[in-house]
Write a protein that binds this ligand. Structure first.
Ligand code: IMP
Ligand code: MG
Length: 187
């Protein structure tokens, strides 16, 4: 049946099953590492909300959620390097164990900006969990303690990731057909 959303996908890169399997593995590691600690998951909106929701439900520990919203992309498909905070944390993170949850690391500029910003607030610990990262694209060295999938340096949508705010609700990630981009074609 044509669903109108999946029809725009040229190729599925990582299936819904593979994603869920990886999340179970990551969640097990996180559960072992944070047992007995005061864990705060900080999600980067909007992209990370799908991942964070699935991840948190696989971590059987008392934990809290907070979110930040940043803009690094606009409607184009390459990072500008300029990060603007649209929504700050609701809670203080001083002396708390913070796990920053990201959907995808491309240049790494967004996450490294956020790391510096959060580090200045003196958390007890600060680590990164990112579901995807693009091979060979990082402009800055990054220590990602809980990495998911390495993907090729192509623009992807689905599982929280958008193109012009669409496709976040696909349960897998894939590459769009050229026709789906309209005039604003990714490089
Ligand atoms: P970076 O600052 O270059 O690492 O870009 C990180 C942010 O850009 C991610 O949090 C996403 O919101 C967005 N992004 C990077 N690559 C993609 C992609 O392939 N599809 C959709 N969004 C992406
Ligand atoms: Mg993001």
């Amino acid at each position: 049946m044509r669903d109108g959303l999946g029809d725009d996908i040229a190729e599925v890169l990582i299936s819904a099953d593979e994603i869920q399997h990886k999340i179970s593995t990551l969640a097990k590691e996180i559960t072992e590492d944070y047992r007995g600690r005061d864990l705060l998951l900080v999600g980067v909106l909007k992209g990370a909300f799908v991942f964070m929701s699935d991840l948190a439900r696989e971590i059987p520990l008392p934990l809290a959620f907070d979110f930040m919203a940043v803009s690094s992309y606009g409607s184009a498909t390459k990072s500008s390097g300029v990060v603007r905070i649209l929504k700050d944390l609701d809670y203080e993170i001083t002396d708390r164990h913070v796990l920053l949850v990201e959907d995808i690391i491309d240049s790494g500029l967004t996450i490294s900006y956020l790391l510096r910003y959060l580090e200045a607030r003196r958390p007890a610990s600060l680590e990164i969990c990112s579901l995807f990262w693009k091979k060979g694209e990082q402009a800055v060295p990054l220590d990602v303690k809980y990495p998911g999938f390495e993907i090729p340096p192509v623009f992807v949508v689905g599982y929280g990731l958008d193109y012009a705010e669409k496709y976040r609700n696909l349960p897998y990630i894939g590459v769009l057909k050229p026709a789906a981009y309209g005039a604003d074609s990714p490089s």
